[in-house]
Design a protein. Structure first.
Length: 242
């Protein structure tokens, strides 16, 4: 069993991008252990770029990212995952020509303790019974909702202390959206630290403890989700809700 989460993820003054111009501009945020922290923002605001930068897929151009006492700058993605950060990437990506079980095995390859893969897979099947039923089915033939569960389970195969979700409910029907939020809630109860990127504002603010709003690569609002929920100006300006 994993120890209780104890490490803070702290992003401080981080800029990064793809070509010459910075997409993220001096972004600072704190993901506290055992909490759900959410990032809200419109399409193109820089949410996935932020996640890519935390995971070492985009270089930090200025500022620092720390997980506990470890500075993540310059570490390759597999080292960052090995430190205890899991990821459920944008688009619920799975390996379509591999079975459900094989997808989970691949997810476990980066586990610093590969002997635990079978045990972890069992734990995932306990959380997602539907995946157990379909363990020999090719992932490419799963329904959209099942695929999102597989993608979440795969991200958890390394038994991370912190998991980063990039829009896990995107493209799902309302019933499955609620199911994904239910999963996030249950994972939070197990003590996992969660960084949740979503566009589903209301349900995200309901499950998260703290939130940040990104707009054009900058943090334009942040705070306890209770306060963000009641901020009518914020809703008008950034979420298109009146
Ligand atoms: N590989 C890339 N090369 C160049 N520019 C990119 C690349 N990926 C993203 N961008 C640009 O960076 C900006 C932020 O994109 P990003 O994917 O981080 O947004 P997002 O907030 O995740 O949006 P969405 O909600 O649509 O997923 C956009 O202007 C986008 O065009
Ligand atoms: Mg994105």
């Amino acid at each position: 069993m994993r120890k209780a989460a104890s490490r803070h993820l702290s992003v401080s003054g981080v800029s990064s991008g793809y070509d010459r111009a910075d997409v993220l501009k001096q972004v600072s945020l704190d993901v506290r252990p055992g909490e759900v922290t959410c990032i809200l923002g419109a399409n193109g605001a820089g949410k996935s770029t932020l996640i890519r930068t935390i995971l070492g897929l985009n270089r930090v151009r200025s500022g620092t990212i720390r997980f506990g006492t470890t500075n993540l700058d310059g570490l390759p993605p597999h080292r960052i995952v090995a430190l205890g950060i899991g990821v459920v990437p944008e688009g619920n990506r799975v390996l379509p020509r591999m079975t459900v079980a094989e997808n989970l095995e691949v997810g476990g390859l980066l586990d610093p303790d590969p002997g635990k893969v079978a045990e972890r897979m069992e734990a995932m099947f306990a959380v997602f019974p539907r995946l157990r039923e379909r363990r020999t089915q090719l992932a490419g033939t799963l329904s959209g909702g099942e695929r999102s569960m597989l993608s979440i389970a795969r991200g958890l195969m390394t038994d991370p202390e912190l998991v980063v979700f990039d829009e896990p409910s995107l493209g799902l029907s309302p019933l499955f959206v609620s199911e994904v939020f239910g999963i996030v809630r249950r994972l939070k109860e197990t003590g996992l630290t969660i960084l949740l990127v979503e566009q589903n504002v209301r349900q995200t603010l309901d499950v998260a403890d703290h939130g940040y709003v990104l707009s054009q690569g900058s943090v334009v609002a942040s705070g306890e989700t209770r306060a963000l929920r009641e901020d009518a100006e914020l809703h008008k300006a950034y979420f298109g809700v009146h």
